[in-house]
Design a binder for this molecule. Structure first.
Ligand code: HEC
Length: 231
């Protein structure tokens, strides 16, 4: 009898131990599952592991440099200055000057603002407007404002004069820089606009253009869907 009892006790003890183990294992699994679930969920909402930056910023920074695709070489300043008749170019420049007006006046005798008055700037020494506290860097640069220096300056003031006080990113298009330079030039300077004659197309360029035209014609004929379907 004693043996029976003890065996029953043992069995009961084992069952009890098993229940306890199962319960504990259940909690461990539950906790693990919960943890996993939470980390998946939080991963959906927060990307702590990689800093994110939208592909396109939702706002435009006035005056920020526009990156031009890089590809083709930019036209020369002389060409950009001769793209349209001078009065039209100056008018375009006057419109673009809106980007500068928060800091610059350009009328004769106009007040200095955040930046110096720009009347008669073309042809004048860099940093040469009386009564304006230029950065040491701009004053040290030397030279006079001409078409080329103005082009380089307006493309990226910081690249042209590192340490300049002009916090303006620059104008990405040479057409815009030419127009503004022409407008500034028309306000009290009047430097001559450099001559530009388009180079005659070379034989190579003509041949390439002809090839391209031929290819396009062939493509059009070959890809006509009606012709392909035999309708
Ligand atoms: C946020 C204000 C600001 C804006 C916008 C700005 N500038 Fe300036 N500009 C300055 C300051 C400041 C200086 C003086 C820079 C220095 O001392 O380094 C300056 C200097 C210049 C100079 C040199 C003048 C000289 O006497 O040597 C030119 C030219 C000029 N700016 C043209 C422009 C044009 C054109 C635009 C618009 C496309 C423009 N700036 C937009 C603040 C500005």
């Amino acid at each position: 009898m004693t043996q029976d009892n003890s065996s029953q006790d043992n069995a009961a003890g084992q069952n009890g131990g098993g229940d306890l183990f199962n319960t504990a294992a259940g909690w461990v699994l539950f906790a693990a599952g919960l943890g996993l679930g939470l980390s998946i969920l939080s991963g959906k909402f927060f990307h702590g592991d990689k800093p994110e930056r939208p592909e396109k910023l939702g706002y435009v920074i006035e005056g920020a440099v526009e990156e031009d695709g890089g590809g083709a070489a930019e036209m020369s300043m002389a060409e950009a200055l001769n793209k349209m008749p001078a009065p039209e170019l100056v008018a375009a420049g006057e419109k673009l000057f809106a980007k500068c007006q928060s800091c610059h006046t350009i009328n004769a005798g106009g007040a200095n603002g955040i930046g110096p008055n720009l009347h008669g700037t073309m042809g004048k020494a860099l940093g040469g407007h009386a009564g304006f506290a230029y950065s040491a860097e701009l004053k040290a640069k030397g030279g006079a404002w001409d078409w080329d220096s103005m082009n380089a300056w307006l493309k990226s003031p910081k690249a042209y004069v590192s340490g300049t006080k002009m916090s303006f990113a620059g104008l990405g298009k040479i057409e815009d820089r030419a127009a503004i330079a022409a407008y500034i030039n028309a306000q009290g300077s009047n430097l001559p606009i450099p001559a530009f004659t388009a180079a005659a197309p070379t034989d190579d360029a003509t041949a390439a253009a002809e090839d391209e035209a031929g290819e396009m014609a062939a493509e059009e004929a070959g890809t006509d869907p009606a012709a392909a379907a035999g309708e």
